[in-house]
Design a protein around this ligand. Structure first.
Ligand code: DC
Length: 218
């Protein structure tokens, strides 16, 4: 069986940065599953759909083509949408879209296909529980809401995304609630995950810990 490193955790816990560092250190293909939901959200916006247009969104999620390039680039139907999927508009509607059960079913299939025959590191909300419950390495990465809002605020500033700290705090709080109360694929802690609270850790400290475990040096 191919090597699968699965990481779940709430928004802003550092999963993306962690996966990027560990993928390079351990030679793993990096699959950001949140990006697959963001692509559905972007495509829905481009088709002038609202969250209420469930049937159309489900249809759209059946035929979507998402690919991951090198250096974390994301392609939607062949177009580089790496930055577009981080916009405020997408961020606002992605959570309710990711709650649609049929959309989740289609994305889980897509994510499993993306991992086919590769050694992968995959991060999201339901990777350790639904997408790859049989993964050899399962982590739950956490941090306090305040710390996560702080990190996202700094990240956005660097990327030129204009959102106030308060706006980000409220957005993450709402997403936490939504992520933990989904009908299917809820974010949850389980006994077989390795739990890491990164509130008072640097990303390099977290990465060192994970790399040691994946390389069997721990
Ligand atoms: O990790 P992110 O912020 O890019 O994720 C975008 C949204 O997708 C977020 O609201 C949670 C949802 N998501 C999910 O439901 N399941 C996943 N495996 C990954 C993300």
């Amino acid at each position: 069986m191919n090597k699968i490193v699965a990481i779940d955790g709430p928004a802003g816990s550092g999963k993306g940065t962690l996966a990027s560092i560990v993928s390079k250190a351990c030679n793993l293909v990096n699959i950001d599953t949140g990006a697959t939901y963001r692509c559905v959200a972007l495509k829905a916006l481009r088709n002038n759909l609202k969250v209420e247009d469930k049937e159309e969104i489900i249809k759209l999620s059946e035929n979507i083509n998402v690919e991951f390039g090198l250096d974390g680039k994301v392609f939607l139907d062949g177009e580089d949408v790496t930055d577009l999927i981080r916009s405020k508009e997408v961020t606002t509607i992605v959570s309710p879209i990711s709650s649609i059960v049929e959309v989740r079913k289609n994305m889980v299939e897509l994510q499993r296909r993306l991992a086919n025959n590769n050694d992968v590191i995959m991060e999201g909300r339901d990777i350790t529980t639904v997408v790859f419950p049989e993964a050899q390495y399962k982590f739950y990465l956490d941090a306090t809401l305040e710390e996560r809002a702080n990190r996202r605020f700094k990240q956005n500033k660097d990327k030129g995304i204009d959102m106030s700290y308060e706006e980000i705090y409220e957005n993450i709080k709402a997403r936490d609630y939504n992520d933990m109360h989904k009908e299917v694929g809820s974010l949850m802690r389980t006994d077989d995950q390795i739990y890491i609270d990164s509130t008072n850790m640097t990303i390099d400290e977290v990465a060192d810990k994970v790399i040691k475990i994946v390389k069997g040096e721990d």
